[in-house]
Design a protein around this ligand. Structure first.
Ligand code: URA
Length: 210
């Protein structure tokens, strides 16, 4: 099956999903969007109010900031795949529960990553970082790259963090400015897990999801 077909199939399944309690309160599920062959994939936490209304990821204030950050490196959101750890809005924007994260990532996010096979995954915030680097502290690792199974994982602060805590904004912008360099690096490197052959990159021994 082509990546496009698989992504469409996943989106249909997500729209009808009843695998966790979040389906009771959702208005629209938010599978994610972007080109099936995207080189860069962004993974946020979960839909908020506006995403739940529209069925699209990052369309509220944090999404506007994400668009601005992409523009700083000459990119548009149509060039990247944007999705979330959980595909339905947690009521009142509460944190997703471990069992919700587990069932949603196993059934949908993992398949999206396999279908798209991105070269770089940017995790936005601690929930998506936790899938790949469960023991990391975002204040210590943000903007660094971790070579994991053939692609670079780059944890970044969630854009909403920059809106709530203005002192983080310049750090978030600095991390984003590294994007072209990281993408270039991911293309030059052989696609296998071999930390020693990637200077400056760290291995992610503590990987839990993949
Ligand atoms: N925050 C997220 O983590 N994801 C969205 O889609 C919107 C806001």
């Amino acid at each position: 099956m082509s990546a496009k077909d698989e992504l469409e199939r996943i989106a249909k399944e997500v729209a009808q999903c009843r695998l966790c309690e979040l389906h009771h309160s959702r208005k629209r599920a938010v599978p994610g969007e972007g080109p099936p062959n995207a080189e860069i994939m962004f993974i946020g936490e979960g839909p908020g109010f506006h995403e739940n209304e529209q069925g699209r990821p990052f369309v509220g204030a944090a999404g506007k900031f994400l668009d601005e950050l992409l523009a700083k490196v000459g990119m548009r959101r149509e060039q990247v795949f944007i999705t979330n750890v959980v595909k339905c809005r947690p009521p009142s924007n509460r944190d997703p529960k471990p069992e919700e994260v587990e069932v949603c990532t196993k059934n949908y996010l993992e398949r999206q990553i396999q279908a798209i096979n991105p070269k770089v995954i940017i995790t936005l915030g601690r929930y998506s970082m936790g899938l790949f680097l469960p023991n990391a502290k975002i204040s210590e690792v943000h903007g660094q790259s971790f070579w994991v199974k053939g692609r670079l994982i780059v944890p970044m602060y969630h854009p909403a963090a920059g809106l709530h805590q203005l002192s983080l904004k310049p750090e978030i912008e600095r991390d984003f400015l590294r994007l072209p360099e990281l993408l270039e690096k991911s293309k030059q490197a052989p696609r296998e897990s071999s930390p020693s052959s990637f200077e400056g990159e760290k291995s992610a021994k503590q990987l839990s999801l993949f």
